[in-house]
Design a protein around this ligand. Sequence first.
Ligand code: EPZ
Length: 422
Amino acid sequence: MDKIVIRGGVPLKGDIPIAGAKNACLALMPATLLTDAPLTLMNAPRLSDIRTMTTLLQSLGAEVSTLHRGKVLALSSHDLTSERAEYDIVRKMRASILVLGPLLARTGRAEVSLPGGCAIGARPVDLHLKALEAMGAELDLRDGYVHAKAPGGLKGAVVEFPHVSVGATENALMAATLAKGTTVLKRAAREPEIVDLARCLRAMGAQVEGEGTDTITVQGVSALGGATHRVVTDRIELGTYMLAPAITGGDVTCLGGRLDLVPAFAEKLDAAGVSVEETDRGVRVSRKNGGIGAVDVATEPFPGFPTDLQAQMMALLCTADGVSHLEETIFENRFMHAPELIRMGARIDVAGGTATVTGVERLKGAPVMATDLRASVSLILAGLAAEGETVVSRVYHLDRGYEKVESKLGACGARIERVDDE
Ligand code: EPZ
């Protein structure tokens, strides 16, 4: 298993290209199941989660080929051969549940393994299921699988989510495109990944309105066609790399970045003493004049501060002047990076859903390991700022969501390498 070794203390300078969004791509790929025509996705990220979704779609009979060294995905679900998403694939990646809505809408049947809990919390899928039931699906949970049927096809419905769910909004949105009549999704997620999915579905012939607001209206159509769609920029990769010059005291432009993708995050960086500027090349980040100030952060659905940037922001605040509070409101168990940061000399107290971070002058390199994707990259950011050597193990988490971390950071001067851990 690989490890990442970092010798910290170098202010990063240069350009970092930002890839297409993992979480957008993971919702766009299952949209192939809605049509027998080809779907082409440009600007796809090259990540292990994308390969897992590829395997899942192929197990259903879809054809998925990669072009341009993996940056273009050509998908076709002309001849589906199965409606069953097996546990062995679903257990690797929760986003597998996103095949449920489109499969059911297109074929009237689907069997999808329940994903179960994961490192960051219980993460149920009840909202996905309730939305499909409201559209007339008959669901039966047995043997660890959701057995879903819609013999006469799905029907449009008003679905009011009790709270915001990105995945449930995506599943319901895809299912609604082929349902009979009008579906209204209330308290829908507003994340840029939802907007991207809605745009792609519209290019395929779906009638969707209101994406980016909390009410999405879908007029069902009898069939969808093919499309070519460019995946939106990854706002979480963008935010992560914006933190690299902030934590090391350098000057980096995140190529292709846009501030409307990370509004609340950019505001907090600014409040912490980081200069954030949108240019025609992307987002340029440097420190305003010296140190980082303490700030309080609470995670929220978009356009609020993203839970997927909480761990990375914590790494920055470990070296701030003063006491910061980070409140995690989306997932119940998303502070596993805190004990690892403490091993690097950070002062963090976690009580319930809030972490209190008292800034220290300097983090110190240490061997650390990560339990999830965003936690692992927060340890890399901390390692970039720390004195001495940091060794991050279990980097397979990292490979789920960040392509070429070592070369992107290395090109800006970071002393970072991947080593084989025999
Ligand atoms: C998406 O997960 C992202 N994953 C996550 O990114 C991200 O953290 C999350 O949205 C929140 O922004 C993908 O897009 C593939 P939710 P998702 O449904 O859709 C609860 C990363 O690091 N809930 O918006 O699964 C749930 O437990 C990952 O890239 C229910 O109670 O998240 C959570 O507390 C990790 N019932 C809250 O809602 C449900 O049926 C929000 O979850 C569904 C969710």
